[in-house]
Design a protein around this ligand. Structure first.
Ligand code: MN
Length: 472
């Protein structure tokens, strides 16, 4: 019965949600279910990490809590494409198109996310909030969409922030210098709090859209609508004017307090290091709503899910940025070794010598996180780190093809930067335009791709080997 309901919710006439994605994963053998009672501190994250490149994992009754937790919504890059029903090669163009043609949300009077209302808030009692990496300061909400409204225009912003549980109704939050912080500064200037909601348990398209590098006052929920192909249904919060997805699992309503800063951190982050403890903004929670039987989504800090969720939307933004000046850019990849943020590989159909260095400079300008750019030709597979290294090994000379820029803005979470001041490195690993044809001709054995091993090899190689030794 339960399974039927899940499958029904994936049908075209009902909106996609977290459950429809989990049902899809379950049907394809990609959802593991843990035994009941896995500990919320460390153990849940440990099991998730062991499965991070393999399967999503659902934890029933974690730490004895009634609400189950799920992790690893993406265990491979092609799951991201699968979540929006396209092939992996369509992923970046589709994301770019969605960001260009956002679809406004549709306000509805009520939704499943408000089936249960807690006006007395005690976060750790009401929600199964895990502690993830070893040196984290404690339990964190890591997969919550923080929705805020521009106090002047009412336009909403959607982003993900790490949220430390600092008290029964108190959350310490890290706001990097982007849109939530801009809205909060507007509110704080007039002495007011910024109304917000933290939304937990949504369809992957909403998670992905939240990571789009959109402009201020471009509502990421409208990008989610364009990705899904229909408007996202939203309901008004009960204690403030923020609109939240009606088919989410859990909503925490609250305010970022003006003039208040309290210690937050350390917290294990995407560079595979801990972000430090410091005084940061504070959310006071007014109300919690959720479905009758909600599912809590968590992301282990620095896990593959964390990397790929931020990586793919950034790739789309970078590709779009580069296309403005260089239509011969074919594809981009933020590599896993570069924590899906710092190292960019760009595949081009080269038209002129020198052009790769222009593309490198353009990529550095596109996002301050980019620390290294490698430009390769169209015959190099940028999804394969060995191919990229091969291109550097055989098509790059550092005294001629290396570009170094000092003292630029980088990522503050990179521990080698000095308060975010970072050097940048660009590598042109492309073949010179006028190179003789055979100099850079990749060797190839004729017929390799067509070999049918089943028809070429003997079935029992060991027996065949001894027959040959015996001279039979
Ligand atoms: Mn934004």
């Amino acid at each position: 019965m339960r399974t039927e309901n899940l499958t029904e919710s994936a049908a075209a006439d009902t909106p996609k949600d977290l459950r429809s994605w989990l049902a899809h994963l379950a049907e394809h053998g990609k959802l593991a279910v843990a035994r009941e009672g896995i500990d919320l501190a460390d153990e849940l994250a440990a099991v998730s990490k062991r499965l991070e490149r393999d399967r999503a994992v659902l934890f029933p009754k974690p730490g004895g809590h009634d609400i189950p937790v799920v992790a690893n919504l993406f265990a491979a890059r092609d799951w991201v494409a699968d979540a929006i029903g396209i092939s992996e090669d369509q992923l970046l163009p589709r994301f770019i198109a969605a960001a260009r043609t956002p679809l406004p949300t549709r306000e509805v009077a009520s939704g499943p996310v408000q089936e249960v209302v807690h006006s007395e808030v005690d976060l750790l009692k009401q929600l199964p909030i895990p502690k993830h990496n070893e040196r984290d300061s404690g339990p964190y909400i890591t997969a919550g969409l923080l929705i805020a409204r521009n106090p002047r225009t009412g336009i909403q912003n959607v982003s993900i922030h790490r949220c430390q549980i600092s008290g029964p109704n108190r959350i310490g939050v890290l706001l990097l210098p982007r849109h939530t912080l801009a809205y909060f500064r507007m509110a704080e200037e007039t002495g007011g709090a910024l109304e917000i909601a933290i939304v937990i348990g949504v369809h992957p398209a909403l998670m992905l859209a939240s990571q789009a590098i959109a402009a201020l006052d471009e509502d990421e929920m409208e990008i989610a609508g364009a990705l899904l192909g229909y408007p996202v249904d939203v309901v008004k919060c009960k204690t403030n004017s923020v609109r939240v997805p009606a088919h989410a699992e859990i909503v925490i309503e609250g305010r970022i307090l003006p003039g208040v800063r309290e210690p937050e951190g350390p917290f294990g982050e995407f560079p595979q290091y801990y972000g430090p403890r410091a005084n940061r903004e504070v959310i006071e929670v007014d109300l919690v709503t959720h479905r009758a039987q909600p599912i809590f989504h968590t992301i282990v800090g620095g896990s593959y899910e964390h990397l790929v969720l931020g990586g793919v939307p950034r790739e789309a933004t970078l590709l779009q940025h580069l296309w403005r000046s260089f239509p011969n850019v074919l594809d981009v990849r933020l590599t896993r070794g570069g924590v899906c943020r710092y190292h960019l590989a760009v595949q081009i159909d080269k038209t002129a010598d020198g052009e790769p260095k222009n593309i490198i400079m353009s990529a550095f300008g596109a996002h301050y996180d980019i620390k290294q750019v490698v430009i390769v030709d169209k015959d190099v597979n940028i999804s394969d780190p060995e191919e990229i290294e091969w291109a550097i090994a055989t098509r790059f000379q550092c005294d001629r093809d290396l570009l170094v820029i000092s003292g630029a803005l980088g990522s503050k979470l990179d521990p080698t930067t000095k308060n975010g001041i970072s050097a940048k490195m660009g590598l042109d690993a492309t073949v010179p335009i006028d190179a003789p044809e055979l100099d850079f001709k990749r060797i190839h054995v004729k017929g390799e791709e067509q070999v049918d091993l089943a028809s070429v090899l003997q079935k029992d190689s060991s027996a065949a080997f001894y027959r040959i030794l015996r001279g039979e």
